[in-house]
Design a binder for this molecule. Structure first.
Ligand code: SAM
Length: 223
């Protein structure tokens, strides 16, 4: 009984920390629906056990294999730029912990779907466990080189790359639907976050959305 009480208290503490963190993201001008989605996803489930207390600090955290779970404000910025809504089909390159996929899963709802590709097998297993614990059925995690996209489920309404590419991979542009949006960090040591909109005629429009730092995209169209 004492253990159950302690667990309940710990959970309550984590929930309070989450509320404080996410409300703090309002200063970035994050849309309310993105904040609401982030309030619903328990980030502490997506970090290794030893880092739990750090889950509600606005910082990237080590998830092993030289990789990180992105900082919450970066997740918020990317989800905002993607203009996510119910029913959309999303492709993410770089699953990592699965946290960003879960937040996007909240935003696209049961009528939408998130396909997310990761190249490191133990991280695929880690993310699958996390997604299962958090209870998302609209997120599918795939083991592959995502620098070529994932043609089996293409085309996608939205594509997000959560690692830095040397250039915008051509297959990703092809797998984006007309009217679709892609967000991708491009550059070697530091990167520019680029938002790409494909219009209904298939023309590509690019916008620079600020400097960022991500781990590299490794693969055929990566470094
Ligand atoms: N979105 C993740 C999250 O919510 O935890 C964080 C992603 S982490 C910053 C970048 C990830 O991209 C790493 O897990 C890395 O292994 C993965 N990655 C790098 N190149 C890749 C590729 N070609 N295909 C798939 N994943 C790749």
């Amino acid at each position: 009984v004492k253990k159950q009480e302690e667990d309940r208290e710990e959970l309550h503490k984590l929930e309070e920390m989450r509320e404080r963190l996410i409300r703090g993201l309002e200063i970035h001008g994050t849309e309310e629906k993105v904040l609401k989605a982030m309030l619903r996803v328990p980030r502490h489930i997506f970090v290794p056990e030893y880092a739990r207390r750090g889950a509600y600090i606005d910082t990237p955290l080590d998830i092993g294999f030289g990789q990180t779970i992105s900082a919450p404000h970066m997740v918020a910025i990317m989800c905002d730029l993607l203009e996510l809504s119910e029913g959309l089909k999303v492709l993410e390159i770089g699953t990592g912990s699965g946290y960003n996929a879960a937040v996007m899963g909240e935003l696209v709802g049961q009528s939408g779907h998130v396909y997310t590709v990761e190249r490191i097998e133990p991280l695929v297993n880690f993310a699958r466990e996390n997604i299962k614990k958090a209870g998302y059925e609209n997120v599918t995690i795939l083991l592959d080189d995502g620098s070529v996209g994932y043609s089996s489920y293409a085309p996608y309404d939205r594509i997000v790359v959560t690692c830095a590419a040397p250039d915008i991979p051509e297959p990703l542009l092809e797998q984006l639907k007309p009217g679709g949006i892609m967000v991708i960090p491009v550059g070697e040591y530091t990167q520019e976050l680029i938002r790409i909109k494909k219009d209904n005629e298939g023309n590509i429009h690019k916008e620079k959305r600020g400097g960022v730092v991500f781990v590299p995209l490794i693969g055929k169209y990566g470094f």
